[in-house]
Structures are given as structure tokens and as C-alpha cells.
Design a protein around this ligand. Structure first.
Ligand SMILES: Cc1ncc(COP(=O)(O)O)c(C=O)c1O
Length: 330
């Protein structure tokens, strides 16, 4: 959930830094009509050594994979996009932020064939706090199982972080909020556990950590991978395996993971308290290790933190050009 205003001053737009209000597109942009966009959500944390972007390489790899699945030729390579991510943090003078790289198809005939349309790219930095509301990280959230199932295999790729997939997420969110829940959990097309609208799902039962596999219509989450790695560090057994809906009602602990949601405990599902009805000990320990990465209590032995230096990286976009006619209006 955005805190105060999510807006920052500059957006990187096709290789240039553009004022927030001027980073606009035409109403006939193909992506608006056809959902032809792939994107990422990346957090930059305020660490004792300065702002650091978390798992930037993994996010940019997933962006490239998403584009590849849709045969969308990326006009910028991961090195250039990494420089753009650093630049929006540096030039917006933010210490923490939610970064949004997005590649979308621009102007062109509105047929269903996307090939040959221009690919445009932005990277924005947003001011974001805790995603699922104040107190969510400590107290947990109340969720409901959605009547909407996730995409069936061979319909649309769920491994892609593509704009169109979020129509499914929106239906889930609308229903969850209508029922008074903070978030939803979806089943896949075979009725097995999948994920939240923007989060992966973890269950703890008898000290073992379970999470639905990629084949259960989930986005291969980078926070999911982080938590699996940290759990194995703790000596926990982690199983990526399918699970039925009823596993939710007998789990000792449940939690969501995601860049936005971070590690959020779930305290009830469909009105049934999870375990003792609060944050469980395994969730608390994983949160401690996860958030410890950003305040220095957990050593970053994996090189997951990408520090944003004060000096521009090579490949950074040129500063805004005041003579640019598109900028002259602002
Ligand atoms: C549908 C969906 N599942 C899971 C996740 C969690 O992925 P990550 O941890 O990479 O943010 C997200 C968020 O990106 C998502 O949108």
C-alpha cells in the first residue's frame, strides 16, 4: 500500500530522465489496449552502507525472461537497465524505494500480432511502505481463498511477469476486499494451492516449510527464492510441492512473500485462525533473517545487495535536456 505520495521527481524513460508529470504515453499505445507489457517490482532498502537495491540482477533476468516469452526485443540490455535503476534512486535522492522497470509496446496498429511494434521502457522509483497495511508484518493479515482460480497451464505463461496476468490478480483482490480480507489466496486450475495476487505462499507444518511449485501457476518469486535460501541456512527442510486447499486450515504457520509484501504472516484463512492465530516462530525467525539483510544483522553472503553509489554508473542516461520540446512544457 503506497505511503503518502508514491511520486518522485524523475522517471527514466527510453534512456532519458524525464520529470514525473511528463512521463506520459498516447491513448492509442498498444499496451493499453492489449496488455502487452512486462515489468518488475524491485525494492531499494536504506542500509547502514547507503541505499542498496535488493537482488537487482535476478529481477532484471526475470524481466528479460518475461520479454523473451512474449518475443519482445528489449532495446536495453540488463547492464543499461541496472544503471537506470541506480540512476532513479540517485537522482530522486531516495534512500529506499520500490523500483518499477516496465517494457511495453508503443504505437502501432491494434491487431493481435504484436511483432514489430516499438518496445518502450521506463524505470520509475516510488515511495512505498508496508504493502499489506500497518502492523501486517507483526500481526499478520486475514485472507480468504478466492473463487477465481489462477491461469491454467498453456493459456498464458505464469512464469512471465506480464501486465495481462494482473487482470487475474485484480479479480482476486476485488473479491478479497469485498469480503473484508486484506488479501486473497488462489488455487490453480486443478484446485491445488497456488499464490496470492502479488505474493507467493508458504506453509509450515511440523517444522517443515512447504511452498507450491512453479507448475502450480505461480510467479517464480525472488523473495520466495530468498526465503528458501535463508530457511535452508537455518537447517529447515524446504519442500516445493503441491498441496490441497485444506492444508491451509491445518498449517501451523502461513506467510506470504513478495517484493511488495516482503515476509508477511497470515493470521487467518476464511475466518479460521492459523496456528495460534498470530505470527508463528518460524515466520518470525525468517523475518529476522530477511530484514537483517537490510540493517546489517544478516551477513549478505550471496551478494544480493547492490549498493547505489553517489557517482553515476557508466551507461547512465544523460541529464534532462531543457531544450527538449517535450520537456519545455513543464
Ligand atoms: C503474482 C505474483 N506472485 C509472486 C510475487 C512475488 O515475487 P517477488 O518475490 O519476485 O516479488 C509477485 C510479485 O512480484 C507477483 O506479482
Amino acid at each position: 500500500m503506497p505511503v503518502s505520495s508514491p511520486e518522485t521527481e524523475w522517471i527514466w524513460f527510453n534512456g532519458r530522465m524525464v520529470p514525473w508529470e511528463s512521463a506520459t504515453v498516447h491513448v492509442m499505445t498498444y499496451a493499453l489496449h492489449m496488455g502487452a507489457a512486462v515489468f518488475e517490482g524491485i525494492r531499494c532498502y536504506d542500509t547502514p552502507r547507503g541505499p542498496a537495491i535488493f537482488r537487482l540482477d535476478a529481477h532484471l533476468l526475470r524481466l528479460a525472461d518475461s520479454a523473451r516469452m512474449y518475443r519482445m526485443p528489449m532495446p536495453y540490455d540488463p547492464g543499461q537497465l541496472a544503471a537506470a535503476c541506480h540512476q532513479v534512486v540517485r537522482e530522486n535522492r531516495v534512500r529506499s524505494a520500490y523500483l518499477r522497470p516496465l517494457a511495453f509496446l508503443g504505437r502501432g496498429p491494434l491487431g493481435t500480432n504484436p511483432l514489430g511494434k516499438p518496445v518502450e521502457v521506463i524505470v520509475a522509483a516510488l515511495n512505498w511502505g508496508t504493502y499489506l497495511g500497518t502492523g501486517a508484518l507483526e500481526e499478520g493479515v486475514d485472507v480468504g481463498v478466492s473463487s477465481w482460480q489462477r491461469l491454467a497451464p498453456n493459456t498464458m505463461p505464469t512464469m512471465a511477469k506480464a501486465a495481462g496476468n494482473y487482470l487475474s490478480s485484480q479479480l482476486m483482490s476485488i473479491e478479497a476486499h469485498r469480503h473484508g480480507y486484506a488479501e486473497a489466496i488462489a488455487l490453480d486450475s486443478s484446485g491445488l494451492l497456488s499464490e496470492g495476487p502479488g505474493e507467493n505462499l508458504f506453509l509450515v507444518r511440523n517444522g517443515v516449510l512447504f511452498t507450491p511449485p512453479t507448475a502450480a501457476a505461480v510467479l517464480p518469486g525472488i523473495t520466495r527464492d530468498t526465503v528458501i535460501t535463508l530457511a535452508r541456512e537455518l537447517g529447515l527442510e524446504v519442500r516445493e510441492q503441491t498441496a490441497p486447499r485444506e492444508a491451509l486450515y491445518v498449517a501451523d504457520e502461513l506467510f506470504f512473500t513478495g517484493t511488495a509484501a516482503e515476509v508477511t504472516p497470515i493470521r487467518s484463512v476464511d475466518g479460521v485462525p492459523v496456528g495460534s492465530g498470530g505470527r508463528g516462530p518460524v515466520t518470525a525467525e525468517l523475518q529476522r533473517l530477511f530484514f537483517g539483510l537490510f540493517d546489517g544483522r544478516t551477513e549478505d553472503r550471496w551478494g544480493w545487495l547492490d549498493y547505489v553509489s553517489e557517482a553515476p554508473a557508466s551507461g547512465a542516461a544523460a541529464p534532462p535536456d531543457a531544450t527538449d520540446p517535450e520537456l519545455a512544457a513543464v
